[in-house]
Design a protein around this ligand. Structure first.
Ligand SMILES: *Cc1c(COP(=O)(O)O)cnc(C)c1O
Length: 473
């Protein structure tokens, strides 16, 4: 019998993260402050430690994973790579389907791949506390777990409506020792402002970000942590693709196409970027980011400088965006409801080195249920997007008789999302194609910036922006 699951030994956990910046045809554009100039280190150092900023700005191809982080990774890594043979049979496709399963982590998704090194890098910088925001709770629970690994106190501002509707994610955070508050709170200036405007506010991710950032900026022992979008988060997630490559090599396979769900872009980058390096070296693997039709930042957004949050507190980043005040409908893939897209993924998409497709909600649940019935694992609604796109390709292979090798990232399990599955079975879920006119309306509110050129700052030493020199010492 051929193996269904391809395992690696703990000693094969990658020793380095892969930094795609080193292989990009053009250097990334810098984040801009309110005055339209690149954001300076003093501003960034208020909310992130130098250890993180150095990675954020790095142009070095390989960045060593600290041994303490590899040891914490060993609690669940290397994660399995599996052949979805029963799904192939159910589809009657000649394609081979593989998936990398990130649901084996303590929190059930890929997010601890970055939460753990972020907690560690803050600890070595002497930081005692971390703040963050969380919507559905996947990131908050991952940072709570990571903080516990390294003795860092974690305070989480959880969007009020999720705080009330997702009690078990909240319980997980508390079990791992974090403090969780329903945002908006009356503990921050920003929170008090939101409550003054609307005492019954249900909260939003943008409000929670404002509260978490304000607290981090106001205390020397406290920094802020973000679960996606930024370069260092994408970097940490490359352990997924690096392991997958080794696992496929063990059985003499190489993928023709790779699919991953795409919210802020971190798990897509994680599985795809290590393969992008092979494309630079002459291989041909198609890398497909899969987003919801209800929040189609890559497929229908504009490539422009925009804020990362609704309130306009964050620096502006050049990215595919639907406009920072775009209000995505309440779909069940909470992790994919973001108006923008990571700057690195955006630039690679702009340069046509990666692809994107949008899929409607009902079809994603149909794919997820089909996967669960064939393979057993119940996927997170976010992951269902990648499964949908992969199944569509497998069906095209069936029609054409091509035996492609397909790989997708099963970014998490859906055990905390069963109410969404219930609603799907009850026929209560809907498809939602965002109307072009509504996107154009929110795009009208993009901030105005002059032309920004990439960077005299990205220097030949390959290690990022010149303004980091002072803090690197
Ligand atoms: C958060 C999340 C996503 C989307 O976030 P990315 O940064 O785009 O990876 C996808 N799947 C799961 C299970 C998540 O928790």
């Amino acid at each position: 019998m051929e193996n269904t699951r391809i395992y690696l030994d703990e000693s094969e956990i990658p020793t380095h993260w892969y930094n795609v910046v080193a292989d990009m045809p053009n250097p990334p554009l810098p984040p801009l402050g309110p005055d339209g100039n690149p954001v300076g280190p003093e501003q960034m150092l208020q909310i992130f430690p130098g250890t993180i900023l150095e990675q954020e700005m790095s142009g070095e191809r390989w960045i060593a994973i600290p041994e303490e982080v590899r040891q914490a990774y060993a609690l669940w890594r290397p994660s399995p790579l599996c052949r979805a043979r029963r799904l192939e049979q159910a589809l009657g496709t000649p394609a081979k389907i593989y998936y990398k399963y990130e649901g084996v982590s303590p929190t059930g998704s890929h997010k601890p791949n970055s939460a753990v090194p972020q907690a560690y890098l803050n600890k070595v910088a002497g930081i005692k506390r971390l703040t963050t925001e969380t919507g559905a709770g996947q990131w908050g629970s991952s940072l709570a777990f990571a903080g516990q690994m390294f003795g860092i106190a974690v305070r989480i501002y959880m969007v009020k409506i999720s705080y009330e509707q997702k009690p078990y994610r909240r319980s997980m955070m508390k079990t791992w020792g974090a403090e969780v508050f329903a945002s908006p709170t009356n503990m921050t200036e920003a929170g008090r402002g939101f409550l003054a405007k609307d005492p019954n506010s249900q909260g939003s991710l943008g409000m929670a970000i404002s509260e978490a950032v304000e607290e981090a900026a106001s205390r020397a022992d406290t920094k802020y942590a973000l679960g996606s979008v930024l370069n260092h988060v994408l970097l940490h997630q490359t352990v997924i693709g690096l392991e997958a490559k080794k696992q496929l090599a063990k059985i003499g396979e190489y993928p023709d196409m790779i699919f991953a769900p795409c919210g802020g872009g971190s798990n897509f980058a994680g599985i795809a970027f290590p393969f992008l390096a092979d494309n630079a070296a002459g291989k041909k693997v198609r890398l497909v980011a899969v987003e919801p039709t209800s929040c189609p930042s890559l497929t229908k957004g504009e490539y422009a400088y925009d804020f990362g949050d609704v309130s306009g507190y964050t620096p502006m980043m050049k990215m595919y965006t639907l406009g920072h005040d775009f209000m995505p409908p309440g779909i069940h893939a909470g992790g994919l409801r973001y108006h923008g897209e990571s700057p690195l993924v955006s630039q690679l998409f702009h340069e046509k080195l990666i692809e994107a497709v949008a899929v409607p909600q009902l079809a994603t649940f149909e794919a997820g249920v089909m996967f669960a019935r064939a393979e057993g694992i119940i996927p997170a609604p976010e992951s269902n997007h990648a499964i949908r796109a992969c199944i569509d390709e497998a069906l095209r292979c069936k029609a054409s008789g091509e035996a492609k090798t397909l790989l997708f990232n099963l970014s998490g399990h859906g055990h905390f999302d069963m109410s969404a599955y219930d609603r799907y079975f009850a026929g209560e879920l809907e498809d939602f194609d965002y109307p072009r006119a509504a996107i154009e309306e929110s795009l009208k509110h993009l901030p105005k910036v002059g032309s920004v050129t990439a960077t005299p700052l990205h220097i030949s030493r390959g290690v990022g922006y010149a303004w980091l020199e002072p803090i690197r010492g």
